[in-house]
Design a protein around this ligand. Structure first.
Ligand code: ZN
Ligand code: ZN
Ligand code: ZN
Length: 367
């Protein structure tokens, strides 16, 4: 596990400047980032009470204490256990005692289940509530070198998987069969979990998030393979295009335009430019070449402990890029009923540009 040293202290600094008394974070990426604890999402409440005055408490069901303690979170926050018959909301209220003067201002985890949030709101009348991501995004968007290193290892692992894919794509096999083999390869090449496997063949390749299914691969198919897993909690996410036999009509020209657009967007990455300018760098040439209406999603998403996180590379996002930000650049062209294609690399913003963590060739692989 990567622990980001001092992250809780920096969160407390942000709470001070944003006038938030405490963050209430359930299982998920924020909790893991701040404490190293990969908590299970259970019907029992697990909640980090991260206070601006740094008197943090981690409330866990009694049976989870061993896992919480083993994570090292106990060095950063007092672990408070709640028995099966105990009242976790009362434990939260008591962990918040003295956290603020007057009505509490609380930042609540964006993905905390409503069953817990509604209970907390009843137990803490008078408090005001906002999204914890207003604070945690400021930290998590800017990766430490240890985090970038984990993302690099994940990218190298998924590149090794893609290098094995063409041997698996044989006419007569189904998308689902190929998908199962790819999932195995994702683990064999050094990931600890499989996050997703998309194998979209023939017309299915025109559906960006197609679920690998019963369709049988056949000559003339374009195949989009978008796959990812995690290494030390950090994600890989890489798409390459494959063609079985001769490509369909119009495929080669479209792919050449896509490669150029993806390369232009990667080349545009550097500190000081906006997220939306990277989207435009991919989109404008595709629009100019007549494919604009077939590029039906944003150019990319941040990646880290979550597969999709900030910064989002999309029109309207004026966020200015800084070194250490990591995101995908994945333009695509999707012609309904015919074929689709996407090229996806993970890029890290460095001092004087952008570095692609995925380095495999980007031309379609002919099998
Ligand atoms: Zn996606
Ligand atoms: Zn992807
Ligand atoms: Zn992606």
């Amino acid at each position: 596990m990567i622990t980001t040293t001092g992250a809780l202290d920096r969160a407390a600094d942000h709470m001070r400047t944003q006038d938030v008394d405490a963050l209430l974070l359930g299982p998920g990426a924020d909790l893991r980032y701040l404490t190293g604890y990969a908590a299970l999402p259970l019907e029992r409440l697990t909640l980090l009470v991260a206070r601006r005055d740094r008197r943090h408490a981690l409330i866990v069901p009694e049976l989870e204490r061993p896992r919480a303690a083993a994570s090292g979170a106990g060095d950063l926050a007092e672990i408070v256990t709640v028995s099966e018959t105990g009242d976790p909301l009362a434990a939260v209220a008591s962990a918040l005692e003295g956290a603020g003067t007057g009505a509490l201002r609380l930042g609540v985890g964006d993905r905390l289940w409503s069953t817990f949030l509604l209970g907390l709101q009843e137990a803490l009348p008078g408090a005001s509530w906002e999204r914890a991501s207003a604070i945690t995004r400021e930290l998590r968007m800017r990766k430490s070198s240890a985090e970038v290193d984990a993302l690099r290892r994940a990218a190298q692992a998924i590149d090794r998987v893609h290098a094995r894919v063409s041997a698996l794509l044989k006419p007569g096999r189904s998308e689902a069969e190929v998908g199962r083999d790819i999932a195995e390869a994702i683990m064999e090449e050094g990931h600890q979990t499989v996050s997703f496997v998309i194998v979209g063949s023939g017309p299915n390749s025109a559906s960006p998030h197609h679920e690998s299914g019963a369709r049988i691969l056949q000559p003339g198919d374009a195949v989009v393979v978008d796959i990812g897993g995690t290494v030390d909690g950090y994600g890989s996410d890489c798409t390459r295009d494959y063609v079985i036999g001769d490509p369909p009509e119009g495929y080669a020209e479209a792919h050449a335009a896509l490669e150029a657009a993806q390369a232009a967007a990667c080349a545009a990455v550097r500190p000081g430019v906006t997220a939306e300018s990277i989207d435009a760098a991919a989109r404008d040439p595709l629009t100019g070449a007549g494919y604009g209406e077939y590029f039906i999603h944003r150019t990319g998403h941040g990646i880290g402990l979550e597969e999709h996180e900030e910064p989002f590379i999309v029109a309207g996002n004026e966020l200015v890029l800084e070194p250490g930000m990591t995101f995908s650049i994945e333009p695509g062209i999707y012609l309904p009923g015919r074929f689709g294609m996407r090229i996806e690399d993970i890029v890290v913003v460095i001092k004087d540009g952008g570095e692609r963590l995925n380095t495999l060739d980007r031309e379609p692989v002919r099998v």
